[in-house]
Design a protein around this ligand. Structure first.
Ligand SMILES: [Zn+2]
Length: 478
């Protein structure tokens, strides 16, 4: 160590003790922030800030967004990278560590299961209390309530019998309403529905349950049935009930009618209705093979079976293997939508980005691992179908706003503003891309080296850390 080095160190000690005047040179400034993200391109969809800034994080919150350098205990050099609010996924069935481990490397910092939801909100949150990589939340679900009340034999997420196909008596409808109201009391973030999975429920049953959602201002998140007419019936039912409405994965429920779907949603918005939607950037869907979506499988032409890929093995099915798989249960990937349909859904400013992801034992749809990187890499950078700022808005600010009325905590997410929760995703806009495939859905995305949840690094230099800073996101419990 040189004399000058000794002198500087001594002065720094004096400086910390408030004895600055004893030194000939000013002391080095002590770190003011737990973590600093230096030299990044900071993009905030709420303020539309898009500029080089230094970000300081302290106590799990954003404490500084500065044009001049900041001192942190740890500093990340984000040169060449975009610094964005962490991505908020409103549609994620994989609410366990394996799915969280994939999603977080795709930039997701908050994951919600709002389509199917749960029948027991308190138990759902209690099961995740030990700490998770990402923030997480759930809806109270009409599907599980119906399965319970009607006595469905299914053991998975979705009805495998009477819970889907059966019709409910007045007493059974009242029992469902009671389950939904109890979920609201326990802090459910939204109310989940799947008319496609419960064909036995008439539209009047949905309108009745939408009224329960409207009582407490919950958005109704629904996987609709019946194409464009089904969409219009659902919009009318939500309007009559006064419930906010969110149409899940418009890309898959619209099929060839994507233009008509987006136009109908826009028309309802223009007429003053609270309605939003979402999409994922893949041409194939995935669901449980025992669900009502396949109830007519015996009437299919032979070639249709080959569009179905069994998740557990990756094999394409035939009439014979489909029949065996339907009896055994499990999940199946359904191919067949065009790239044009997917692009239209992703390009629309109406579509929030949401994954509909789920992965277990290394097997699942690539959307679990790659949704956000695929939008940023393929649809923003390569196809230029959407601007980077608009894509980020639909990954962050729009989903936060969708939930804010019911969940005040969401007002601190989806933005990069002083005092907001320090959920931050840092990616390279030139290299970010999905890598998961239909054959291997468990390959993490590339180009997202750092992800921060509540001020802690959950992805550091592209690798998962041991941190579990994710918190429950829940409406006030009454
Ligand atoms: Zn889903």
């Amino acid at each position: 160590m040189t004399r000058r080095g000794i002198s500087s160190a001594w002065c720094a000690v004096l400086g910390l003790a408030g004895l600055v005047s004893a030194c000939g040179t000013p002391p080095a400034e002590a770190p003011r922030y737990d973590l600093v993200i230096a030299n990044g391109r900071v993009m905030d969809p709420e303020s539309r800030l898009d500029a080089a800034r230094h970000v300081g994080i302290t106590g799990g919150r954003l404490a500084a967004i500065s044009e001049t350098p900041l001192q942190g205990v740890r500093t990340i050099d984000a040169t060449g990278h975009v610094v964005a609010p962490g991505f908020i996924d409103l549609h994620e069935h994989g609410q366990q560590d394996e799915s969280y481990s994939m999603m977080v490397r795709d930039g997701v910092t908050s994951a919600f299961e709002l389509e199917v939801g749960t029948g027991d909100v308190a138990a759902w949150y209690a099961a995740r209390e030990a700490g998770q990589r990402v923030n997480h939340g759930v809806s109270i679900g009409h599907i599980p309530a119906r399965m319970k009340v009607l006595g469905d034999p299914g053991t998975g997420l979705l009805p495998a019998g009477i819970g889907g196909s059966g019709s409910a008596s007045e007493d059974q409808l009242k029992a469902m309403e009671a389950i939904l109201r109890e979920g609201i009391r326990q802090g459910a973030v939204a109310m989940g529905f799947g008319s496609a999975y419960t064909p036995g429920a008439p539209i009047a049953e949905f309108e009745r349950m939408f009224r329960v959602a409207a009582e407490a201002g919950l958005p109704a998140h629904i996987h609709i049935r019946g194409g464009i007419e089904g969409l219009k019936d659902t919009i009318a039912a939500a309007r009559a009930a006064g419930a906010p409405l969110h149409i899940v994965h418009v890309n898959s429920v619209a099929g060839d009618d994507i233009d008509a779907f987006l136009a109908a949603i826009q028309a309802a918005r223009d007429a003053g209705q609270d309605i939003t939607t979402e999409a994922y950037p893949y041409g194939a869907g995935m669901t449980e093979i025992q669900s009502a979506l396949f109830d007519d499988w015996r009437t299919w032409p032979d070639e249709r079976f080959a569009l179905h890929q069994l998740v557990s093995t990756g094999e394409r099915l035939t009439r014979a293997t489909f029949e065996r798989a339907r009896a055994a249960g499990g999940t199946v990937i359904i191919h067949g939508r065009s790239e044009e349909q997917t692009r239209k859904a992703i390009a629309s400013p109406l579509s929030m980005i949401a994954s509909d992801g789920f992965i277990e034992n290394g097997r699942g749809h690539p959307r679990t691992s790659g949704t956000y990187a695929k939008v940023l890499g393929q649809y923003v950078r390569e196809d230029k179908a959407v601007s980077l700022m608009d894509a980020l808005q639909r990954m962050t600010l729009d989903p936060a706003r969708r939930l804010e009325r019911r969940v005040p905590a969401m007002a601190s997410k989806g933005r990069l503003t002083i005092g907001a929760d320090a959920d931050v995703t840092i990616f390279n806009p030139d290299t970010v891309i999905d890598r998961a495939t239909y054959e291997d859905g468990a390959i993490p995305s590339a180009g997202i080296p750092w992800v921060i949840v509540n001020g802690q690094l959950v992805v550091d230099n592209g690798a998962l850390t041991e941190a579990r800073p994710g918190r429950a996101i829940r409406a006030p419990v009454r």
